[in-house]
Each structure stands twice: as C-alpha cells, then as structure tokens.
Design a protein around this ligand. Structure first.
Ligand code: NCD
Length: 296
C-alpha cells in the first residue's frame, strides 16, 4: 500500500487484511508480547493542523512499538506562524529524512497534496469533512472483535453525518465489509444523495440495530446542537433501553456528554468507547506496517 488517504478505493480483501492484522496485533499487545522492531531506523512525522488526543497519541505509540522514531510538527509553535507555506513546511520535514507522514488538516485533500509534494507514504489522520480512514478501521476491528463478524451487522450512524470525516470513512468501508449501514440524522445533516438507507427517525430504528454509532456535533465546522436535536437524537437511558439486549454503543470521541450521548450510556455496559481507543494502537501499527511494506 503506497499510503492511506481514504478507504473509498479499498476493496474487501484489503480492508479485511488490515483489520485482521490489527486484531492479531491487539492480541499480542494484550498478551504482553513485544512487537518486533519492524520500523527500526525509520521516521514517522506527525503533521496535525487540528487538535487531536486519541489519534495523535496512538500514532505515536504505534510507531514506537514498531521501533520507529517519531517527529511531531506543531503548527502552533512552528514557522507556520511566521508565514511559512504548508508546502514549504512539509518539504522541510521531508528533507530531514522522514519516511512516513501522518497528516490531519481542516481542508479536504491535504493528505493527497502532501503525498504529491513529497512522494512519501502519507496516512490521512482526518481531512476536513472528507475521510478519517484509521478511525473507521479501528471501529471495524472493534466490531469484529465484539461480534466475531461484520457481515450482516446492522449499524446506525447517528448525528452530524454532513460534517463528519469519520462517517465518510465508515460509509466507504462498512458496506464493503458486508454491514447493513443506516444513516440517521436531521434532514440537513443527511447526504443529499446516497444509496444507503437514511432516516430522520432514530426511535423507529433503535429496536433493529446491533450497533449505534454516535457522532459529535462538529461546532468547529458550523454545526449547532440545537435543543430539538438533543431531544430527538441524544442516546440516553430511555432510548438505550429500546435497543436489542445485545446491541452496543460506539463513538469515535471526543464525546460531547449531554449532547449526543448521556453520561449513563457513555459509561454504561453497552459502551465500546474504551475498546475503540484500545484498538487504535494496533490498527495504526497495522497501517504503518502496510504503508512501509514490512511484515510484523
Ligand atoms: C474525530 C475526528 O477528529 O474526526 N476524532 C477522532 O479522531 N477520534 C471525531 C470528532 O472530532 O468528532
């Protein structure tokens, strides 16, 4: 794999390979088995132009577990503030001897630009409202490990789909993996054109779902969590009690507690949120290995 800027172009075999590899690495981490230094001597550089907790830290840890060096470019303390262009900053970091770039940016398409400028493998850590491929992969790993399959799972993505790059990558991977994906949101946050089933009525779907995947309302992209949104879409204990007994709740984080999810549900027995975070490290290890052409 030359890089990972999105899941749109990946077929079922490629997705399955990454997910099963990640799940195997998760087993190794749980067993305390050290990973071989498959990336020894290589350099991974993080270029995050938007805030991040989980994604950045788990890329760091994933790279370190594989023996790579990690460089972090922080725009808030770098020459970006002196007017240096994105391209010049990227080429500067590349000239130091970077082997892999991990890029998060508020504009769609920046990871592809970086890849074109440098010729390096680039992993998209979230570009605007477009894609966030490693998040959707770790979500698939989480579903696979919980249910033992993805094929046939009924998954409802709920909330600010219009502004969510996580939704973008889920939409481009879960159906390919055989999941039965439903989009649930107020009309203005549903895609204008989609081949997937879409509804504004969360309550009518709850009883049929295996996974409720909640999204954060993206205030930084102009979305607003109005009172009627919270009223009709927040997953609280009442709504959660209408789910089938085996159903689970997922969220990519950061959660806006009280908006899309209540405290009780976020911390309740159906929540796989911590599992998602745990699976982030082995998933990013699998992706780093794949774009580097190494075996772990
Ligand atoms: C997501 C993102 O940045 O797109 N966060 C993450 O990486 N887990 C989701 C979000 O910010 O709502």
């Amino acid at each position: 794999m030359k890089g990972l800027t999105g899941l749109r172009t990946l077929g079922r075999d490629e997705l399955t390979h990454l997910i099963t590899h990640a799940s195997r690495l998760r087993d190794q981490i749980d067993a305390g088995a050290p990973s071989g230094p498959a990336l020894a001597g290589r350099v991974m550089t993080n270029l995050f132009f938007e805030p991040s907790t989980r994604t950045r830290l788990s890329f760091d840890l994933a790279a370190q577990r594989l023996g790579a060096h990690v460089l972090t470019f922080d725009p808030s303390t770098s020459s970006t503030l002196k007017g240096e262009s994105l391209r010049d900053s990227v080429l500067t970091v590349a000239a130091m001897g970077t082997d892999i770039m991990v890029v998060r940016h508020h504009e769609e398409g920046v990871p592809e630009l970086v890849s074109g400028w440098t010729g390096l493998p680039v992993i998209n850590a979230g570009d605007g409202t477009n894609e966030h491929p490693t998040q959707a992969l770790l979500d698939a790993v989480t579903m696979l490990r919980h249910f033992g399959r993805i094929e046939g799972l009924r998954v409802g993505i709920v909330g600010d789909i219009a502004h969510s790059r996580v939704a973008g990558s889920l939409i481009h991977s879960l159906p390919t993996l055989g999941a039965d994906l439903h989009l649930v949101a107020p009309q203005s946050w549903l895609p204008r054109q989609t081949s997937l089933p879409a509804t504004t009525d969360l309550d009518s779907l709850l009883g049929d779902l295996d996974v409720v995947y909640l999204l954060r309302v993206q205030a930084e992209r102009g979305a607003e969590a109005a009172a009627d949104y919270v009223e009709s879409f927040r997953l609280d204990t009442t709504r959660s009690s209408r789910l089938p007994e085996h159903a689970v709740v997922m969220h990519p984080g950061p959660m806006n507690r009280g908006v899309e999810i209540s405290d009780e549900v976020a911390d309740g027995p159906r929540s796989l949120v911590t599992e998602q975070v745990r699976n982030g490290v082995p998933t990013r290890m699998a992706v780093l290995a794949a774009v580097s052409g190494v075996v772990t």
